[in-house]
Design a protein around this ligand. Structure first.
Ligand code: FES
Length: 142
């Protein structure tokens, strides 16, 4: 066997040995959900946490970055936004006394439902659907 034949067989061997791994990694059973925006409701916290802090911020939830607040117009319901400011990406803060999300970087303001109220941000915050089951707060992308 000359050098060219040997390298050809090594190449075929490598391809054959890596094929099962490549197929397995593409099969649906083995795929993990690396998406940060799940289409299904996911637990993002508890009512106990929300009541203790007045808001619930989770920067690594399974649905993505999320900030849950009681709706100022109806405290029995919850609102949830992605707190990433649409101007340059800072994390907005919920100011309950002003009923607004305010960005600490350039002072953009957003309504409780995420609508842009004050520049420099022009686009609304991304919102989530949110529901409560027992003590758990669940959210999913809208
Ligand atoms: S990053 Fe929020 S106003 Fe600029």
């Amino acid at each position: 066997m000359d050098r060219r034949e040997f390298l050809g067989w090594v190449g075929v061997g490598c391809l054959a040995s890596s094929l099962p791994v490549a197929i397995a990694s593409c099969s649906p059973q083995n795929q993990t959900n690396t998406s940060t925006n799940s289409a299904e409701f996911q637990v993002v916290g508890t009512l106990t946490q929300l009541k203790a802090e007045g808001q619930l911020l989770d920067k690594k939830s399974s649905v993505g970055r999320i900030l849950v607040i009681p709706d100022p117009a109806n405290p029995d319901t919850l609102l949830a936004v992605n707190p990433t400011c649409t101007h340059e990406g800072c994390t907005v803060k919920w100011q309950a006394e002003k009923s607004k999300f305010i960005c600490p970087c350039h002072e953009a303001e957003f309504s409780p439902k995420g609508e842009a109220l004050k520049s420099p941000a022009k686009e609304p915050l991304t919102t989530y659907m949110v529901k409560v089951e027992g003590d758990s707060i669940l959210a999913k992308s809208t």
